[in-house]
Write a protein that binds this ligand. Structure first.
Ligand SMILES: C[S@@+](CC[C@H](N)C(=O)[O-])C[C@H]1O[C@@H](n2cnc3c(N)ncnc32)[C@H](O)[C@@H]1O
Length: 278
């Protein structure tokens, strides 16, 4: 394994990005979008580029058997710290593996999972193909693949709302943007990701916007208070409501694309309550 490039980003990612309103909304919205498509617990879930477990720990709490795979030892150490704060039954459903996602199949000895997640990772890779191939290889034949990454059709939004008009004009032809960590990342279109998945036998079921409104507020200079739990709950409810491919979703920074290998397109009812995971 090469140098741990993410070691210096653990603090900004966990203590800043995820402590913000956008961090809360990301976990909440992705969790509920996933529940619409996942088989019921205790199905197995592989989270590739899992970071500190913000996406997979709520799934372990919901009864799923989750494995976090990440190339960063520092990020996994932080996940381990956070894991120790979970109830014992959820803790027992979590395992971790240090590996590059690009060699996940080999590192896992060919084990396959009912669902494979890869959220907020593709944008940091030079090319997405190798990772997408591995995600599909690690999914069971009727399994689910969930990808969240920057939406290349929306790179103009941030510079425009920040009134950087020259940058906004250039962004129409730009495939990169500055993400929540202040690092420049690559973006893909929904169609490109769907095509890459399709080539591996994974058909797209749906895509969604993430951060439909909080991104726009932040870029317009509005400061949201993460300790205002009443507003947080109301923001989360609005962010979750759009049923997927809405024009505002296209303009959002990220999307989730889910696909099922081969023929299955199991859809599960939206979980009742829509309460934020802890
Ligand atoms: C922005 S974080 C996203 C973490 C998590 N998926 C989430 O949404 O909270 C990106 C993570 O991907 C990991 N990562 C980056 N490149 C990777 C690779 N080639 N293989 C496996 N993990 C990788 C990093 O170590 C980091 O933990």
């Amino acid at each position: 394994m090469s140098e741990d490039l993410w070691a210096g980003l653990v603090g900004p990612f966990v203590d800043e990005a995820y402590a913000s309103v956008k961090g809360f909304v990301r976990t909440f919205v992705l969790h509920h979008q996933l529940l619409e498509h996942l088989p019921p617990p205790p199905a197995t879930i592989l989270d590739v580029g899992a970071g500190a477990g913000h996406q997979s720990f709520p799934l372990a709490q919901a009864g799923y058997e989750v494995m976090l795979l990440d190339s960063s030892a520092a990020m996994l150490a932080r996940a381990q710290e956070r894991l120790e704060r979970l109830p014992a039954d959820a803790r027992a459903r979590v395992t971790m593996l240090e590996s590059d996602g690009e060699r996940a199949e080999e590192a896992l000895g060919g084990r396959r999972f009912a669902a494979v997640l890869c959220h907020g990772v593709l944008g940091y890779l030079e090319r997405p193909e190798e990772m997408i191939d591995q995600l599909c290889r690690c999914a069971e034949d009727d399994g689910l693949v969930s990808i969240m990454t920057g939406n290349a059709k929306a790179t103009v939004v941030q510079p425009a709302l920040e009134r950087r008009w020259d940058d906004a004009l250039a962004a129409f032809d730009e495939r990169t943007g500055i993400g929540v960590l202040g690092v420049r990342g690559r973006a893909d279109t929904v169609e490109e990701v769907a095509t890459l998945l399709e080539a591996k036998g994974v058909r797209q079921l749906a895509w969604y916007g993430v951060w439909l409104f909080v991104d726009w507020l932040e870029f317009s200079g509005v400061e949201l208070d993460p300790s205002d739990t009443d507003e947080l709950t109301r923001i989360a409810a609005v962010e979750l409501e759009p049923p997927g491919e809405t024009p505002t979703a296209r303009s959002a920074a990220s999307f989730t694309s889910s696909g099922a290998r081969l023929r299955s397109d199991r859809r599960h009812a939206r979980a009742p309550g829509h309460r934020p995971p802890t």
